[in-house]
Design a protein around this ligand. Structure first.
Ligand code: IPM
Ligand code: MN
Length: 357
């Protein structure tokens, strides 16, 4: 029997609730598909700060480096906003991404048929959406140096640096090419090269690398236009390739095409070694502990983990089908409520999915 070791980081806010559902789902899948899954739970984010004084303890990072895949719920809470930046839960997340060298963040935006009416956009606009955001994850302005604040002057100043070298752009472009080749072979690279030097290097490097693959059709778009096009005609996109900050912003925007940010999964990958699979949404502290959160983005992330991280493709498929069945029977969580469907709690919708597996 195949044996996997995964690290589960349930983090903060709604994290523990959606993780509970994920654990049960993974147990059922492992039984049905005949593999063994050891789930090692570790503290991460605000909860780790409370206990150890750091959001990403070494012990947690070490376990993550040694396992087959990491499943992460979400981190953060406004109560940590006044901490020094390096102690905040979000910094822990950046440290984890960087420690595992997870330079490629994959965010698939797929419309589930039964949720066509849940989008804030018209059905005709979103119906053919099936795109993937490929976001560079450990470079750009998130990590660029110098950065800081100057406080000993009359007028305060703060600054960050948006920087990429060509090797960083090349490797993320290679990932986008690989993904595009499994799909419609279209890459739209998003930048701001009409203003930024770093974006000019981005554009030139993407062109250089993609032109080696004759199957790929490349287009370029400025990020402001891309935001507009994602709302105007999102069906035009196949693979969107972009930098860390632009990818962060565009993926939240694209998430809403699906009806709720509670539906969007992601995978953060390296060329080798364990990936981190996590929902795109945050920790939603306002609804934490109420058992009303939507666990589907985390389950879809677990499905990505099964497929990409563990090569358990049948189990991944089984889970996705179970999710679609539950949605098509009209069951929803509160974020997707439309007046005519039955609204279930986080654990209830989890149990419905388990019944379908
Ligand atoms: C995301 C999140 C993170 C990011 C935050 C929590 C640091 O918004 O994964 O999109 O900005 O990358
Ligand atoms: Mn984000």
């Amino acid at each position: 029997m195949k044996k996997y070791k995964i690290v589960l980081l349930s983090g903060d806010g709604i994290g523990p609730e959606i993780s509970e559902v994920s654990k049960k789902v993974l147990k059922k899948l492992s039984k049905n598909h005949n593999f063994d899954i050891e789930i090692i739970e570790k503290l991460f984010g605000g909860i780790a700060y409370e206990k150890y004084g750091t959001p990403a303890p070494d012990e947690t990072l070490d376990q993550c480096k040694k396992c087959d895949a990491v499943l992460l719920a979400c981190v953060g809470d406004i109560k940590y906003d006044s901490l020094a930046r390096e102690l905040r839960p979000e910094s822990g997340l950046l440290k984890l991404r960087s420690a595992l060298n997870l330079f490629a963040n994959i965010r698939p935006v797929k419309i589930r048929k039964s949720l066509l009416d849940a989008s804030s956009l018209k059905k005709e606009i979103v119906e053919h959406v099936d795109l993937i955001v490929v976001r560079e994850l450990i470079g750009g302005i998130y990590f660029g140096k110098p950065r800081g604040q100057i406080t000993n002057t009359k007028i305060q100043k703060a600054f960050n640096t948006m920087v990429y070298d060509s090797a960083e752009i090349e490797r993320i472009t290679e990932i986008a090419i690989k993904i595009a080749n499994q799909r419609n072979k279209k890459i739209c690279s998003v930048d701001k090269s009409n203003v930024l030097e770093v974006s000019q290097l981005w554009r030139d490097t993407v062109l250089k690398i993609t032109s080696k693959d004759k199957n790929i059709s490349l287009s370029n778009m400025y990020v402001d236009n891309a935001a507009m096009q994602l709302v105007r005609d999102p069906g035009q996109f196949d693979v969107i390739l972009t930098s860390n900050l632009f990818g962060d912003i565009l993926s939240d925007l694209a998430a809403m095409l699906t009806g709720s940010i509670g539906m969007l999964p992601s995978a953060s990958l390296n060329n080798s070694g364990p990936g981190v699979f996590e929902p795109v949404h945050g920790s939603a502290p306002d609804i934490a502990g109420k058992n009303i959160a939507n666990p589907l983005a985390m389950l879809l992330s677990a499905s990505m983990m099964l497929k990409i991280g563990l090569s358990e493709e049948e189990a991944a498929e089984n889970l996705e089908t179970a999710i679609d069945k539950v949605l098509s029977k009209g069951f929803r969580t509160a974020d997707l409520a439309d007046g005519s469907s039955e609204v279930l709690s986080c654990s209830e919708i989890g149990n419905k999915i388990i019944d379908e597996i």
